[in-house]
Every structure is written in C-alpha cells, then in structure tokens.
Write a protein that binds this ligand. Sequence first.
Ligand code: CU
Length: 75
Amino acid sequence: MSTVTLHIEGMSCGHCLKAVRQALQGIPGATVDSVQMGRATLQTTAEGPTPEALAERVTAAGYSATAEVLDARHP
Ligand SMILES: [Cu+2]
C-alpha cells in the first residue's frame, strides 16, 4: 500500500469537495482516505493506479492536481 496525497488547486466550496471525491471514487486499487480543500489523500495497492493517473482524474474534473507519494513500498 502507498499513501498518495494530491495537492489540488481550484477548489473553493463544498461542491468542489464533492466533485473531487466523485472523481476519485470507484477506481480499482485505490481507496479515498480524505478529501479536504486543496488536498486529497488515498491509499493505493501495487495493482492500483499510479499517482499521476489519480492526478489526471482530478484534472479531468476541472481542477489542477499534482501527486505526492508519501509512503511508497516497492517490492
Ligand atoms: Cu466549488
């Protein structure tokens, strides 16, 4: 498991929180820990999406996101 933090720009209200959460939910191998203003944290498995792919999901939802892997464990 890795903890991926997304730094997100462009969020301003509760709707943004909901939109970002929806963009990150239902991705195989990724579990949403939290979505806050300007930041989302997820747990990913080895088979799960790359941090970049997660950032792209948020970008596709209309925000600007960069990914940071906090606790990567590579086999
Ligand atoms: Cu908003």
